[in-house]
Design a protein around this ligand. Structure first.
Ligand code: PMP
Length: 460
């Protein structure tokens, strides 16, 4: 992409923007020398020089190395302190190392002893019951990641319906699930650009529609070969795209009409409340999947089914769900993850905690909106419970395709560098901010001040 390629707001002078980015890159290099040293030293034996290749997506050319993190605060190895609105891209929505989870883990792994034994502990039934209370799905099974929860939910859906395909929405992200890397283009469905080593062209396994487009959804479902629609009730991985009024009810009605199951992936939309969008908006999916935050940052995921589906799959003599049938993992449901889930749900991400988190998020969103209004910047801000995101389009996008078109890599880079250089950490892949129980109104105000200064420098 050319340095000056602009898809963002016309008010931004691109030459000025490039100058600002240069300034911020120098500042970043000056602010975080120890991270630069660590990154340079790590290179040789790590793919891309990092533990996981997406860590290269941090603006500044190298990631910060962190020394410690607690609640909504993170300290890097140079000793700089940050307000953390990234929160591990939701993995740390409970805040970093909440005391209740620390205690549960040290009890389980330390005093009591044992993480992986192939045997259950009593915590599991408690977690299943709590997830049932929150999300309305009565029967639960555990995974280690949200990706696996989605993979196994898809397998179960195909087994139950005896249908071959799934349907996803353009520009969705559900983890590294082979079937989901497909987008809608003016020329029809296409593999998502950059899809690494796809086993088959995803159009063989997957149908795709634009979010909020009921006509497109019905056209695809009417083929009668879709086992399940896998969706986030609001898209969160291409900015936040909220459902239009009545849309989700219509999705439910259409999936029933055409005999497809409905899977709500609540991994990110859990931010909407203690039972995610499913509870907050009274949705009635057949399956709920979740991961990331539910164990306070310890790897854990889960999927919940209706009793009818659970009964069906348990009684299906063609389905091996116990041994090598493709729905399981040795470490899934391990005692450590389950203990962490229990502590997180029982004591940290409680109903009351969500109330506070959502209040702070509302203040965060208002702070951003105030700056946009003051400077007449044609960007939009969207809130989903404890999650807020701004996007470089005058109106919040209605589809994944529209939201993708509003992306502006240079503006992203500038905003990320500007905020990180001034002690505010946003999610690297987009302009997302998440509140945890420890995030305060003062933190939201600090962001607003830094955001205002970034915008002022931009629009002068
Ligand atoms: N579902 C959604 C909605 C996600 O955003 C993600 C990751 N960003 C996943 C699933 C996969 O999570 P993980 O990478 O932890 O498996």
């Amino acid at each position: 992409m050319s340095e000056l390629a602009a898809t963002g707001p016309s008010t931004v002078d691109r030459h000025h923007l490039i100058e600002l980015i240069k300034r911020e890159r120098s500042l970043y290099r000056a602010n975080f020398p120890a991270s630069w040293e660590a990154f340079s030293a790590a290179g040789q034996h790590l793919l891309g020089g990092v533990p996981m290749t997406w860590m290269r997506m941090w603006s500044g050319g190298y990631p910060l190395y962190f020394a410690a993190a607690s609640g909504a605060r993170l300290i890097d190895i140079d000793g700089n302190e940050f307000i953390d609105f990234c929160l591990g891209d939701t993995g740390a929505m409970a805040g970093h190392s909440p005391v209740a989870v620390q205690e549960a883990i040290s009890r389980r792994y330390g005093e009591a002893g044992g993480a992986t034994t192939m045997l259950p502990t009593q915590d599991a039934a408690w977690v299943g019951a709590e997830l049932a209370r929150r999300f309305g799905m009565q029967v639960w099974s555990f995974t280690l990641t949200a990706t696996d929860a989605n993979r196994w939910a898809i397998r179960l859906a195909r087994q139950i319906t005896r249908r071959p395909k799934i349907l996803v929405f353009s520009y969705c992200y559900h983890g590294s699930v082979d079937e989901s890397f497909i987008v809608m283009t003016p020329d029809g469905p296409r593999t998502r650009p950059g899809n690494v080593g796809a086993p088959v062209d995803p159009s063989q396994t997957t149908r795709v529609a634009e979010f909020n487009d009921l006509g497109g959804l019905e056209r695809e479902l009417s083929h009668g070969d879709v086992a399940a629609v896998l969706m986030e009730p609001a898209l969160t991985n291409i900015g936040i795209v909220l459902p239009e009024p009545g849309y989700l009810d219509a999705v439910r009605a259409l999936t029933r009409q055409y005999g497809s199951l409905l899977i709500n992936d609540e991994t990110h939309t859990f931010s909407a409340g203690p039972g995610g969008c499913t509870a907050a908006w009274g949705l009635q999916p057949d399956i709920v999947t979740i991961g990331k935050s539910i164990a306070g940052g310890i790897p854990a995921g889960a999927f919940g089914l209706t009793p009818e589906l659970a009964e069906f799959i348990l009684n299906d003599s063609d389905a091996d769900i116990e041994d090598t049938g493709g729905v399981g993992g040795t470490l899934a449901g391990n005692a450590l993850s389950v203990a962490a889930m229990r502590a997180t749900l029982e004591e940290v991400l409680t109903d009351e905690a969500f109330e506070g988190m959502i209040e702070v998020a509302t203040r965060f969103a208002a702070g951003v909106q105030g700056v946009l209004d003051l400077h007449r910047v044609p960007w939009s801000v969207v809130q989903l419970g404890a999650r807020v995101e701004y996007r470089f389009s005058p109106e919040p996008p209605h589809t994944g395709g529209q939201s993708a078109a509003a992306a502006d890599a240079r503006l992203d880079e500038y905003m990320h560098l500007y905020t990180i250089n001034r002690g505010v950490l946003m999610t690297p892949f987009h302009n997302m901010a998440l509140m945890c129980p420890a995030t305060t109104e003062a933190d939201a105000d600090s962001h607003a001040a830094v955001f205002a200064a970034a915008v002022e420098d931009l629009v002068v």
